[in-house]
Design a protein around this ligand. Structure first.
Ligand SMILES: [Zn+2]
Length: 118
């Protein structure tokens, strides 16, 4: 499953943050996932339940997935539009020929740590 591979990558990156900042546990990981990545947020959340249990620094933490709309620019008339809502077709000229200009990223937006032991 593609989502699991991505999550292992996330765990690795968060692990680096954890080591660099000398912390031992995170409370939440916030991901920004573009619609054009074809990643299914529910699969990420399900997979996270499994994966977070394998890393001490992730155990019991929460995964927050923010989806970013896939935006395309029509190659025919230059209109920018939400790809999913329009099923891939330009709402103005009905062309399917477009460049995807947003919604292609999969990034760790934030690693949240609650400071509870000050
Ligand atoms: Zn168009």
């Amino acid at each position: 499953m593609h989502e699991l591979t991505l999550l292992f990558g996330v765990a690795e990156q968060v692990g680096r943050v954890v080591r660099e900042n000398d912390i031992d546990h995170v409370d939440a990981v916030v991901l920004e996932v573009g619609e054009a990545t074809m990643v299914v947020p529910e699969f990420l959340l399900d997979g996270y339940e499994v994966i977070s249990d394998e890393y001490d620094f992730l155990r019991g933490s929460e995964l927050i997935v923010n989806t970013v709309k896939a935006i395309g620019r029509c190659r025919n008339c230059g209109t920018e539009f939400a790809i999913v809502e329009n099923e891939g077709y330009c709402p103005r000229c009905r062309s399917f020929d477009k460049v995807v200009i947003d919604g292609t990223d999969f990034v760790i937006k934030e690693v949240r740590i609650l400071e509870d032991e000050s």
